[in-house]
Design a binder for this molecule. Sequence first.
Ligand code: NAD
Length: 352
Amino acid sequence: MKVFVTGGAGFIGSAVIRYLISDTDYEVVNIDKLTYAGNLESLKCVAGSSRYCFEKVDICDRAALDELFKKHAPQAVMHLAAESHVDRSIDGPADFVQTNIVGTYNLLEATRYYWQGLPEASKAAFRFHHISTDEVYGDLEGTHDLFHEKTPYAPSSPYSASKASADHLVRAWQRTFGLPTLITNCSNNYGPYHFPEKLIPLMILNALDRKALPIYGAGNQVRDWLFVEDHARALHKVLAEGQVGTTYNIGGHNEKTNLDVVHKLCELLDELCPRAEGGTYGELITHVKDRPGHDVRYAIDASKIQRELGWVPVESFETGLRKTVEWYLNNQEWCRRVQDGSYQRERLGIKE
Ligand code: NAD
């Protein structure tokens, strides 16, 4: 099995590639443009594998994609390349429209062109797996409601609107052209190699630097947290066994407010890396003005993937968060190189 993974240098894409190389016999072609969020240093442990290769390509470049299909002849595409940070989508939505919508369209067309030329048996076995977010469903009002696969789309931010558009395109390419697609919509991920603009790594690294821990508003936004390695396992399950043309929601059964998450992180840091100068990390928490359009609650009903494919998360929030904090404490060099920008400078050939 040879699979294209787009966005494989990102947080989830790199977890998927590490999993596919270590736990399966798949060959993986990592297709990534290397934006600020792409970090090949997250793939050091697989870079030497004969089953892994990297292609620096923008998914908006149709000619380059056609070349890649010709060169590698994959049996599946796992599409994770995206602009993924909500705050950035508010500051500048253009890149989100370009990569998440136009890029997905390009990738679908390049895939369709290649797929149409395959022999019938290979055509039937081919899969295009689009990796999406629960944010396409918008906000949950009731405290007991859950997003299920038929929940109507109601995205709130430019990021979630662009992902919703991509989901619609993928569905249309299945209905109209018969491309064998799968869609997964997942809740908030956390874990090792997470770029420190997102809540959990930002709070860990700020705390270690004794900087303020900024919480939007009262911090009562509820998210359903999933350990990234559980997500990678779920994606492989869906790719290998999922029913074509359908959607699977993936979630961690871990609903927490942002404030709870940050308090829990501070407690773990107090235990694992106590402040030499005294005091607790919780003292660094500060509340800042909330961002516009901030959804209050997301929560996933992940019973379909459990029922049909037998997937359940291995990590609880407690075990996953402890592993995450330990990883950041033990991988300060990876963090330093992201924080000072050297992970990007070197690959651009710029001397320190
Ligand atoms: P990320 O921002 O960490 O990584 C995105 C990767 O895509 C980067 O390596 C970047 O270089 C690459 N990329 C961006 N534009 C590209 C382009 N035009 N061509 C080729 N590569 C490009 O994102 P992530 O957190 O790993 O998320 C991966 C996918 O999973 C996204 O589609 C996201 O919407 C989805 N998702 C994320 C979460 C989450 O909590 N992080 C939850 C559910 C779904």
